[in-house]
Design a binder for this molecule. Structure first.
Ligand code: SAM
Length: 222
């Protein structure tokens, strides 16, 4: 799937990727398919050259426009909670660098992603394309989802919301999973909502995370 001509297959980074995978497993990530996706996607390609040496540390890094590529553990945990199966339709709100979208592609998902910053939208699209990942990307406010392609088997929000955005719940398919961090500007709980029947949902909460804010009509107001 990857176009290795981009320099993504540098052996130094390959070794560091394996060590990051070991760290994620030590921190409790169990899903083998998720860990394998982290072993394949070249995170260093999604950050500026000056930051590439830090790309395989388990930390968030700046990507411009005051945004971040999330901490790998956070991406792994959200991905694990999504329980993506090959061929499923997955919507991501907050494309950012494009890294999470690439991980979802490696899991065999059909990926739709929305980003509100023009610069990040364009840059992530070009990196994903260069690496050979095929995603449908849109520039805009993702707090209302992307109704044109709904319903989705899984929806992941990669920015912190004040409340669960209702439009996203409405765009879930039967057995669909929505994973969204919800809280104030300091910390958020990861909420997973599963649509178990028409108009019947299960809700689970997972411990604290820290995200940049989800800004938009059904999110935080700027
Ligand atoms: N998934 C990203 C990655 O792998 O790099 C992480 C991105 S960052 C933690 C969150 C992103 O959400 C930022 O790029 C931010 O601009 C975006 N965002 C915030 N509010 C948004 C909204 N209403 N619609 C779409 N994107 C939004």
């Amino acid at each position: 799937m990857l176009n290795w001509g981009s320099g993504a297959n540098n052996p130094k980074f390959k070794r560091r990727r394996q060590r990051l995978v070991d760290t994620l497993a030590d921190k409790g990530i169990k899903d083998k398919r998720v860990l394998e996706a982290f072993n394949v996607v070249p995170r260093h390609v999604f950050v500026d050259t000056a930051l590439q040496d830090r790309a395989y540390k388990d930390t968030a890094l700046p990507i411009g426009k005051e945004q971040t590529i999330s901490q790998p553990y956070t991406v792994a945990r959200q991905t694990e909670l999504l329980e993506v199966k090959p061929g499923e339709k997955v919507l991501e709100i907050g494309t950012g660098s494009g890294y999470q979208a690439a991980i979802l592609c490696e899991l065999g998902a059909e990926v739709y992603t929305v980003e509100r910053h023009d610069e990040l939208y364009k840059k992530s699209r070009s990196i994903l394309r260069e690496l050979g990942y095929s995603v449908r990307a849109k520039l805009g406010d993702g707090t209302m989802g992307w109704s044109a392609y709904a319903p989705y088997d899984a929806i992941v929000v990669t920015a912190g919301a004040p409340v669960v955005p209702e439009d996203l719940v409405d765009q879930l398919a039967l057995n669909g999973r929505l994973v969204v961090p919800v809280g104030d500007d300091k910390r958020q709980e990861m909420v997973r909502i599963i649509k178990i029947r028409e108009d019947e949902f299960e809700e689970e909460h997972y411990s604290d995370f820290k995200f940049v804010p989800l800004i938009g009509k059904k999110g935080w107001q700027k």
